[in-house]
Design a protein around this ligand. Structure first.
Ligand code: C2O
Ligand code: CU
Length: 722
């Protein structure tokens, strides 16, 4: 699987970004009270995950406090370092501290952050009664200490301990395995050759592959999904064509494209997989149109199951949105459907089926759609463009792990793959000149994986996301991209040598309550020896005046009260006793983002019949398809999304609104200062986000989680724009 895993390196960082942030105006942050204070209100970030209670040290009589683990402003809803550590800006609120001199020969209070076993202690800064914002922390687990010190300049903790508190993640402890009476054993992935069966033979479930280094309890190894396994099995495999690479198709206004969703074979690790493809290509054809163009696409369904095409992110006419039973009947095998598309917004979009995404999209039905702005300077200059679709595939020695026929498997965390793909290939390679600036259009088409991508050693800035440019370009260490999101980045390769494209995350071993590093190398950029003059404009960050002016028209709506609150939660029925017990233990802490499939057996065996993911309207209590929001065309609606921590299994959800665009105004109460139009927003566990929905496009539209298994496990609703 190519994931290098390092254990136990208790490395940690205090980001200098936080120091810089102190010099910037923090007035919006300082003006409000922390969500950690006062009575806990519904629809606010989880205190249990984002607040630390400070308790007095032995012998200290006066003083209490809280630390809000605030979000550091970032172009992404989750702020992480390039190596995958979450970064929090701590806000201290202290009350009742006496004069430091009352405790001894001291003149000041100082806050420190330490690793749990105190191997390392770093000074955060001087604190006193009231609110103090200190530099960002990026440790998996940590302890906050406040001491009385003789001097404000002290760099070493010498004084007396006054208050202390532990990060929510320190609650993670290995459970007492004795209660399972079975101990833990390394998994083995031997099984029956499930894919080798001829048509007519029944497909059987074998154990899912394990991520390297993760152990499974024997009880977990006996779990199987209560569903019929499915893999495409054509009656005449030899007649199925081999997959082809993606081709660029330029479409002008009035053009018609024929797209066939069909079956292909593809070589894979010395084996042959049977998969799906549009026009025999993986990814599907890269469609390029001019902003404002109108084209026709004729879909033919050559699959063994019904399908549709959804044109993700495009504000098109409702009848062409491709949602079965909402905007059209599903297209039966052998059937056809004509889509008429228009493209009001420049940007990078994508298309995929809207029937069992967990199967059809995962088997290869996805393609990009590039809408070009007429503005020659829409992007700042780059030497070349690359369009990358990021995916992962779940395979073992026998080929693809089967899907659930009538209901999805992996209904808890989604189907994490163990082979990373860029444009359908396990290894991506690009050759560029030294100092070239490359514009990458990134689309995450995986079922559930959120990537944290970087090119170590190369400078990168983010310029655009789902539905157009940011107000201004921003330097980033990495790109956090959830399923269905798009980001456009400019990267300069100074070289020499080669630069890998890596996904670096902190995975959570739920059984042992520990974090560890996972690095996947998705490919390499090879730098030719040719040295280019370089691209001067890359060094500065450009503002996009047209985007600014467009967004400015919505400013007056940004301070309006919340119109609708949507709570993200879940419930389960009939899960095995073992699974429920483990989930109970696990619910002591939810990591804001599950970056990796580290509960493989339990997750795999949970189906959409047992797990129901929920969107709940806080005002009416209605859930999923019972919700029926109605807006008038031109309404600007503030929606609060609140990802409920108290649900049985909390995790992140990328929430997608069809047919409209929105701005992400704030995350966990921290305002975004650099806006961009989006159609999908990632909600970390226990987090809230306020979005401003531009309800401009009439019709009946979907809202859903873009984790394919969550969508197939009911996490969807509809709204009408009149
Ligand atoms: Cu790409 Cu309804 O989604
Ligand atoms: Cu979800």
């Amino acid at each position: 699987m190519g994931a290098a895993i390092r254990y136990g390196t208790v490395r940690w960082l205090i980001s200098r970004v936080g120091v810089f942030a102190l010099a910037c105006p923090l007035s919006p942050l300082l003006a409000q009270t922390s969500f950690c204070e006062g009575p806990e209100a519904a629809g606010t970030p989880s205190r249990d995950l984002y607040c630390i209670e400070l308790v007095p040290a032995v012998g200290i009589r006066a003083g209490t406090g809280r630390v809000e683990l605030g979000r550091t402003a970032s172009p992404f809803t989750v702020d992480v370092t390039a190596d995958g550590r979450l970064r929090y800006t701590p806000t201290f609120t202290l009350t009742g501290l006496g004069q430091p001199s009352s405790l001894g020969p001291y003149s000041t209070y100082v806050a420190w952050v330490a690793s749990p076993a105190m191997e390392t202690i770093e000074r955060l800064g001087v604190v006193s009664n009231g609110r103090t914002v200190l530099p960002a922390i990026s440790l998996d687990k940590f302890t906050i200490l406040i001491t009385a010190e003789a001097s404000v300049a002290t760099q070493e903790m010498k004084g007396r301990l006054v208050l202390r508190g532990m990060s929510p993640s320190t609650r993670l402890q290995p459970p007492d395995f004795m209660q399972f009476a079975l101990g833990s054993a390394p998994a083995d992935s031997t099984g029956h050759a499930h894919h080798a069966a001829a048509p007519g033979d029944s497909l059987r479930w074998t154990m899912v592959p394990m991520p390297a280094g993760i152990s499974m309890l024997p009880a977990e190894m006996t779990l199987r999904p209560n569903a019929t396994p499915y893999l495409p099995r054509p009656s005449n495999p030899a007649a199925v064509p081999m997959v082809q690479p993606r081709q660029l198709v330029r479409l002008g206004s009035g053009d018609t494209l024929r797209l066939t969703a069909g079956i292909v074979r593809r070589p894979f690790k010395g084996d042959t997989l049977t998969m799906f493809a549009f026009n025999g290509q993986q990814p599907g054809p890269l469609l390029q149109v001019a902003q404002g163009a109108e084209v026709t696409v004729e879909l033919t369904n050559a699959l063994d199951q019904p399908t549709t095409i959804h044109w993700h992110g495009i504000r098109l006419d409702n009848a062409n949105d491709g949602v079965p039973d909402l905007t059209q009947q599903p297209v039966a095998p052998g059937g056809r459907f004509t889509y008429r598309l228009r493209f009001p917004d420049a940007g990078i979009y994508w298309y995929h089926p809207h029937v069992r995404e967990d199967i059809q999209q995962d088997l290869g039905l996805y393609g990009n759609l590039m809408v070009r702005s007429p503005r020659a300077d829409y992007f700042s200059p780059a030497n070349r463009e690359e369009v990358l679709m990021l995916d992962d595939l779940l395979a073992d020695d026998n080929g693809l792990v089967p899907f659930g026929e009538g209901t999805p498997t992996h209904a808890l965390m989604g189907r994490f793959g163990n082979v990373m793909l860029v444009n359908g290939e396990p290894r991506y390679e690009l050759e560029v000149g030294r100092r070239d600036v490359v514009r990458f259009f990134l689309t995450n088409v995986s079922n559930t994986r959120t990537f944290n991508l970087s090119f170590p050693g190369a400078r990168m800035k983010v310029v655009a996301s789902d539905v157009g440019n940011y107000e201004r370009e921003a330097w980033v260490e990495s790109v956090v991209i959830a399923p269905a999101e798009r980001y456009v980045v400019h990267v300069r390769f100074d070289g020499p040598g080669s630069v890998p494209l890596v996904n670096r995350v902190r995975a959570l071993d739920h059984l042992y309550g520990r974090f560890y590093s996972e690095t996947d190398t998705l490919g390499y950029v090879l730098l030719s020896s040719m040295l280019r003059i370089g691209n001067q404009s890359f060094d500065s960050l450009r503002a996009d005046e047209a985007t600014r002016a467009d967004i400015a028209r919505y400013r007056r709506h940004m301070t309006r009260p919340v119109d609708k609150t949507l709570v993200l939660t879940m419930e389960t029925t009939g899960l095995p006793f073992f699974t429920r017990q483990i989930m109970q233990l696990d619910s002591i802490y939810f990591t804001p983002v599950e970056w990796s499939g580290t509960m493989p057996g339990m997750n795999w065996a949970a189906t959409g019949d047992q797990v129901r993911w929920i969107l709940r309207d806080a005002a009416t209590g209605k859930e999923n398809m019972d919700i029926d929001w109605s807006f008038r065309r031109g309404d600007v609606v503030k929606v609060r999304l609140a990802n409920e921590r108290r649900s049985f299994h909390g995790m992140q959800h990328p929430i997608h609104f069809h047919g409209q665009r929105f701005l992400v105004l704030s995350v966990n109460g921290v305002p975004n200062t650099n806006l961009v139009w989006k159609d999908t927003v990632l909600l970390p566990a226990g987090a809230t986000a306020d979005i401003l929905l531009d309800a401009s496009n009439p019709g009946r539209w979907m809202v859903h989680c873009h984790i394919a298994e969550h969508l197939s496990a009911h996490m969807m609703m509809a709204f009408t724009v009149q």
